[in-house]
Design a binder for this molecule. Structure first.
Ligand SMILES: Cc1cc2nc3c(=O)[nH]c(=O)nc-3n(C[C@H](O)[C@H](O)[C@H](O)COP(=O)(O)OP(=O)(O)OC[C@H]3O[C@@H](n4cnc5c(N)ncnc54)[C@H](O)[C@@H]3O)c2cc1C
Length: 451
């Protein structure tokens, strides 16, 4: 009997981002449709998780409950409570690792202390590559119960205050998207993942986070494609790079599984007291995509308009917040959470901590991205910047790559509303490094310098 419980925590998250709510509702609707084609339907309830499921199990005379694990602190706590409550009532309670391609326990089994998981990506990815990929998809052995219970309506976007966006989602759409990506874009993934204007990464993140596609299916299909003996060396490297992205997803899920008792705490102990700021005079400029650094602003505007941002630009824009403004990574995490469709706290936290130099990236110094050099290298013709910043649509590419040149030129042509750089990147980056080195020195850790 397939069940969806909308508890307060889920409702609050859906109210937080209207694109996410719309995507979720369409995914649920398509799941219900698929179940009806198989003679069943989704049973929907609104209420507290444990009490609602217990009442439902009683009404349907169920022997137990099976669910797909969560990887955020609240979800992990709620599901532990669910497990004890069911077991105390003599019912079975089985959680399964449905979100990752490889369950955490499978990669950690080889470790001396399996309960800790991996905190570094490289050794994790090696074990991940060698892991067997389970298949739950075929043959479909499920038979559905016919419980005669009244049902609540499916969730609708309006219920979460979402009126202005329409994000389509279904398993069929996700499979089509994967097929198209593997056929046309995956062979160039090493470039796609760096060049934002091309827009040729898989764009499967939201589907993965809501389960309209399984990570296992993506990995299996990618591995099959990668075995094609006719691939050129770069194409083979691209498939390998894409598999590494999927391994990175599983890495952050297992990191959250083993380490997220307090998910808002930095993973690196020595960085937990680093004095990141909560506020900055230009914080609003960053939030609005008006820093005067075109690549950063283009990324933020892409996020506002689409609910997604290209991966390379995410790193550059996040680095700007943490190092140029010196603002706490949690401020950025919360801000982007309002706009992203993806609903993956483990991946968001893991990546934000990585960029801020307080998480699983064990580099000995903060990786401060230079937004000018990044634009020069990865958006050399200003195609991405022009697309997302209409004020700059007609500026020559050479100006878009250099905010200083752009700033000089703005008064000549009229700025059309685009701001001058709100700060000097080089100066702020050096100031950050100086306070970082001072902090590390005081904490008794060897000093670092930029590479
Ligand atoms: C500051 C910051 C915040 C981020 N926040 C999120 C987030 O909230 N949710 C999220 O899903 N991803 C997040 N990422 C990771 C990554 O940017 C996105 O997964 C990716 O941009 C999604 O686009 P795609 O599906 O086209 O990815 P592709 O490049 O096509 O990759 C395929 C899949 O691999 C996984 N993947 C790729 N890169 C990463 C990565 N660095 N870490 C973990 N998994 C990865 C994702 O599930 C992705 O959908 C963040 C990255 C940064 C730097």
């Amino acid at each position: 009997m397939p069940v969806l419980v909308l508890d307060d925590a889920l409702i609050a998250r859906l109210k937080y981002s209207s694109r996410r709510a719309s995507f979720f509702c369409h995914a649920v609707e398509s799941l219900d449709r698929a179940l009806r084609e198989r003679g069943s339907q989704l049973t929907v309830r609104r209420g507290p998780l444990v009490a609602t499921l217990r009442a439902l199990a009683k009404g349907a005379q169920a022997q137990g409950v099976v669910w797909s694990y969560s990887y955020d602190a609240q979800g992990i706590r709620d599901e532990a409570e669910l497990q004890s409550a069911f077991e105390e009532s003599g019912l079975r309670a089985i959680g399964v690792h449905d979100a990752p391609a490889v369950p955490p326990e499978e990669t950690t089994a080889a470790k001396a202390s399996p309960g800790d998981g991996y905190v570094a990506l490289a050794p994790y990815a090696e074990v991940w590559r060698a892991a067997e990929m389970a298949s739950y998809e075929a043959p479909l052995l499920l038979r559905f119960a016919q419980a005669d219970l009244t049902n609540e309506p499916l969730p609708s976007p309006h219920e979460f205050g979402c009126t202005d966006t329409e994000e389509r989602a279904s398993a069929a759409l996700a499979s089509d998207q994967l097929r198209h990506f593997l056929e046309y874009d995956a062979p160039q993934y090493t470039e796609a993942v760096n060049v934002p204007a091309e827009d040729r990464t898989s764009r499967l993140s939201a589907h993965l986070s809501f389960g309209t596609i399984a990570a296992r299916s993506i990995v299996r299909e990618t591995q099959q494609r990668a075995e094609n003996g006719l691939l050129l060396a770069e194409e083979r490297a691209s498939f390998r790079r894409f598999l590494r992205s999927l391994a990175q997803r599983d890495f952050f899920l297992q990191l959250a599984w083993y380490h997220c008792a307090d998910e808002k705490r930095s993973l690196q102990e020595k960085m937990r007291t680093f004095p990141f700021a909560e506020k900055h005079a230009e914080l609003e400029s960053w939030k609005e995509g008006r820093t005067g650094y075109p690549l950063v602003d283009a990324g933020i505007r892409q996020l506002h308009q689409t609910g997604w941002m290209h991966p390379r630009v995410r790193s550059v824009a996040a680095s700007f917040l943490c190092f140029d403004l010196g603002v706490d990574w949690r401020v950025g995490l919360q801000e982007w959470d309002r706009h992203l469709i993806e609903d993956d706290p483990a991946l968001a936290i893991g990546n934000w901590q990585w960029v801020a130099g307080v998480g699983a990236d064990l580099a000995a110094y903060p990786r401060i991205y230079n937004p000018i050099k990044q634009a020069r290298r990865f958006d050399p013709h200003g195609k991405y910047v022009r697309h997302w910043i209409p004020e700059l649509a007609h500026r020559p590419a050479v100006l878009l790559r250099s905010p200083e040149a752009l700033a000089l030129e703005l008064p000549l042509y009229g700025s059309a509303g685009y701001p001058q750089p709100v700060l000097d990147h080089a100066r702020e980056a050096r100031a950050f490094l100086s306070s970082y080195n001072e902090f590390i020195g005081q904490a008794g850790v060897p000093q670092s310098s930029p590479r």
